[in-house]
Write a protein that binds this ligand. Structure first.
Ligand code: ZN
Length: 321
């Protein structure tokens, strides 16, 4: 099918959120603490509607159920029968709690057959001295348990500086947290299973938020190891493509367009988020903050203008575990 499918984001108010989704992206946000823009999502907690075209007004989950041909007819095991990816823009004005996700095997057993979560972060913008949490300093499970028991979280967590354009792949079992002053585009497996390890002792509505220490200890990788990302840049007429990561669940690239760039779709479907500038896709105007997908069989397409996009497709994993 040769039609661009535009999506309407869903917004989430969060205690740690800010107003950059309105200030920087021009979105009509629900309040002053909007933390998340679910830009491409068929998740039941935030199912995007299609904007205009043949499917205008339908939800992405309906398209997935009723028009599987748009997604290359992908067949998946019943428990995994949902649109596979979730793309968010996150505006962290304050620190998010420190968390970890299980893998598919653990989630299946302990979370009623849910999926685990692998995610990746592209840093769209951040304060000059911004930091994030990735990993921890415990050398073994025993040391991890000990440090958690003693409440030595400041010694345990690994805080690293970030700058605009950085990219991180976060595999299951990785302790992680976005810290205040950071704007991130997140591409992830479509799952919501999160174990909270530490919340800086904060109170929400007068109470500390629930922690999941046992499950966190179960799933945290010890010792921590960074997951390398091989960033490879390729120049072509009208732009530059930077490959950010490929894993079982997704493949993510950054496109920098300057002029006219021609492509051919070879994927089951492909997601695009315009994160800077403006231009066109096959003659239709697009600008910063627009999210769309190209369905299976779209064929050749042209991106033109002066803009940056983050684009993703599903990964190489074919068989359910
Ligand atoms: Zn996470």
């Amino acid at each position: 099918m040769h039609e661009v499918i535009f999506l309407e984001p869903v917004f989430k108010e969060m205690i740690w959120g800010g107003s950059r989704l309105a200030d920087d992206f021009g979105y009509d946000i629900p309040g002053k603490h909007t933390g998340e823009c679910w830009a491409v999502s068929a998740h039941k907690n935030g199912d995007c509607q299609i904007r205009g075209g043949s499917f205008g007004g339908k939800h992405l989950s309906e398209l997935w159920r009723e028009h599987r041909e748009l997604f290359g007819g992908a067949t998946v095991a019943a428990e995994e029968d949902m649109f596979p990816l979730l793309v968010k823009i996150i505006d962290a004005k304050e620190d998010l709690s420190i968390q970890v996700h299980p893998d598919n095997t653990y989630a299946k057993e302990h979370e009623n057959g849910s999926l685990g979560k692998t995610e990746c972060w592209y840093i769209l913008d951040c304060d000059k001295d911004a930091k994030i949490v990735i990993g921890h300093h415990a050398k073994s499970k025993e040391e991890l348990k000990q440090m958690i028991k003693q409440g030595r979280f400041d010694d345990l967590i690994r805080v690293i500086p970030v700058k605009k354009g950085d990219f991180f792949q976060i595999v299951p079992g990785t302790v992680h947290a976005i810290k205040g002053g950071t704007l991130i585009l997140e591409t992830q497996q479509n799952s919501d299973i999160t174990y909270r390890l530490y919340d800086y002792g904060r109170l929400a509505d007068g109470k500390p938020r629930k922690l999941h220490l046992e499950k966190s200890i179960d799933v945290i990788n010890c010792p921590h190891q960074d997951t390398g990302t091989a960033r490879v840049t390729e120049e072509f007429a009208g732009g530059i493509k930077e490959h950010l990561v490929s894993c079982d669940y997704y493949s993510v690239d950054r496109l920098s367009i300057s002029g006219d760039a021609d492509f051919t779709m070879t994927d089951a479907f492909r997601i695009f988020s315009v994160v800077e500038g403006a231009g066109m896709i096959d003659g239709t105007d697009i600008k910063k903050g627009d999210h769309f997908l190209l369905p299976a069989g779209y064929g050749k397409y042209r991106l033109s203008g002066e803009m940056e996009l983050i684009t993703s497709c599903t990964g190489k994993k074919k068989d359910p575990e």
